[in-house]
Write a protein that binds this ligand. Structure first.
Ligand code: C2O
Length: 551
């Protein structure tokens, strides 16, 4: 096994965007953070040292962490935070995965500025199941807030209302020329004629699904969430927070001196406020070396802009999501669980909590906003769940009675119930090793329907079905795709609809599942699965590392 060492020093750094300078949390002073590059099968040792005044944890989003849950990173789920002055070595091996993923802070809203790509190359003797690209380029989307992001969420939690939205979206940390005072902060991709580029797209934005397109160029989707897909062409793609998508970009055989914009802006279904703006980067052809071509080039450089779907184009997103299918080849099979041991039906959506005495809340009818799964709004424990589970000290930390379906069924996509209050608790589901799970994620229309990008830690799942309205087990199950469904770690449960996923609980540990809209996670749209050890020695969670932080 090859061991790769990385050193992540968490430090503050002054960064200026949109003519606004602020001190942000970074890794090694870089924004966005450094790239992690490894091969399938490598072991990573990443020493994270906290030099700032806030607590920190880092999550390796999409890495399966087989038996190494101690390195997963969500604060108070698999570890206590790394406190000021402390270090922790994240130690894990990349098993059976190759493609693009990303890392980000997993505590409060620190991932607003603390994120970077993870690039997993195929094993040394393996190749891609598509044309070898001439070059590979990570493109990571984010959000820029002029204000301090930590202050934004604590303010929102104080007032029980929606948080302020970001001032800009970014590509590799740069907002681009469509924002005021930003033209110099534009991502530029210089390309050669007639070559194939692999773009590794990552959505690290806090609260928005994004549409992305490059003017006059079609893109071939080849991977999603580090899983090979049946290649298909598209001009535009949808990428939700937490998703990664690899696309091939074939440059034109000859194009005189033109500039093409690549743009991203949000897909929005919910009520709240959102930033209705567009990040742009530039695709620029290098001058041809042949003087003949230079002579032919026009003096004035044409500029091309892509056209993106309208903000709430659910028809586009539905169609796009359905096109993404596993490659499902002999070499990369789709091992969809065919026989299901446990069925779960989770309603996901917003709700309300009573306002605390000393608050003046801005939620509906003087309440505060909350979000829940099966009417349970998850309360972050004071001690990490994984330690509590491992050492058999669950008492007073978590409650293993998470409901398998809503306690009081209602018409989920019809009129909302009168009582929108939800209950609070640190509730989990406990699964024996190797349980095969089917889970329906049903959006509710309580306080308005909205699409939610649900992310599961510790597993990939297969997306076997999706639809609108209320899920109907008698009718909808028959249409499930059990042949070549996409396998991924984040999926948007559609607005006013449902999505069905399946996974095999073959990874012992405690695994977080949550909406990858940071605001919804803060409001409680999250829960955890505990997967018990199996009987064989290689079916057990490894013991905790000695430097595991304490609460
Ligand atoms: Cu990318 Cu739990 O997160």
């Amino acid at each position: 096994t090859i061991i790769r060492h990385y050193k992540f020093d968490i430090v503050m750094q002054n960064v200026t965007r949109l003519c606004h300078t602020k001190s942000i949390v970074t890794v090694n002073g870089k924004f966005p953070g450094p790239r992690i590059i490894a091969r399938e099968g490598d072991r990573l040792l990443i020493r994270v040292t906290n030099h700032i005044s806030d607590n920190i944890t880092i999550h390796w989003h999409g890495i399966r962490q087989l038996r190494s849950g101690w390195a997963d990173g969500p604060a108070y789920i698999t570890q206590c935070p790394i406190q000021t002055g402390q270090s922790y070595v994240y130690n894990f091996t990349i098993v059976g995965q190759r493609g693009t993923l990303f890392w980000h802070a997993h505590i409060s809203w620190l991932r607003a500025t603390l994120y970077g790509p993870i690039i997993i190359l195929p094993k040394r003797d393996a190749s891609y199941p598509f044309l070898k690209p001439y070059k590979e380029v990570p493109i990571i989307f984010g959000e820029w807030f002029n204000a301090d992001t930590e202050a934004i969420i604590s303010q929102a939690m104080q007032t029980g209302g929606g948080p302020n939205v970001s001032e800009a979206y970014t590509i590799n940390g740069l907002p681009g020329p469509l924002y005021n005072c930003s033209a110099k902060d534009t991502f530029k991709l210089k390309v050669k004629y007639g070559k194939t580029y692999l773009l590794r797209l990552i959505n690290a934005a806090l609260n928005d699904d994004l549409f992305f397109s490059i003017a006059n160029h079609s893109l071939t989707v080849v991977e999603a969430d580090a899983i090979y897909v049946k290649p298909f062409e598209t001009n535009t793609l949808l990428i939700t927070p937490g998703q990664t998508t690899n696309v091939l970009l074939k440059t034109k055989s000859y194009f005189p001196n033109a500039t093409f914009l690549m743009m991203a802006r949000p897909y929005v279904t919910g009520l709240g406020t959102f930033d209705n703006s567009t990040v742009a980067g530039i695709l620029e052809y290098e001058l041809p070396s042949s003087p003949h071509h230079v002579a032919m080039s026009p003096k004035k450089l044409p500029l091309f802009k892509p056209s993106l779907p309208t903000l709430n184009d659910t028809a586009f997103t539905t169609n796009f999501t359905k096109r993404v299918r596993s490659l499902a080849s002999a070499q990369f099979p789709a091992n969809v669980p065919q026989k299901i041991d446990r069925h779960f039906f989770f309603t996901i959506g917003l709700g309300t909590n009573p306002c605390d005495q000393n608050q003046t809340c801005q939620g509906p009818n003087g309440t505060k906003f909350t979000a829940a799964i099966n009417n349970v709004s998850f309360v972050q424990p004071a001690k990490a769940l994984l330690q509590s589970h491992y050492f058999g000290r669950s008492n007073g930390v978590y409650d293993p009675s998470f409901p398998v379906s809503p306690l009081i069924p209602f018409n989920y996509t019809g009129n909302p119930p009168n009582n929108t209050l939800v209950s609070n608790g640190t509730k989990v589901v406990v699964l024996p090793f190797n349980t095969s799970v089917e889970l329906i994620l049903q959006d509710t229309s309580i306080l308005g329907a909205e699409s939610h990008p649900l992310h599961l830690h510790g597993f990939n799942f297969f997306v076997v079905g999706q639809g609108f309205g209320n899920f109907d087990p008698n009718k909808d199950t028959a249409n499930f795709n059990l042949e070549d469904p996409i396998e991924r770690n984040t999926i948007g449960a559609p607005v006013g609809g449902w999505v069905a996923i399946r996974f095999l609980a073959d990874n012992p540990g405690v695994w977080f599942m949550h909406c990858h809209f940071e605001v919804h996670t803060s409001w409680g749209l999250k829960m955890a699965w505990i997967v018990l050890d199996g009987n064989l020695p290689n079916q057990k969670l490894l013991p905790p590392p000695s430097d595991l932080p304490k609460c």
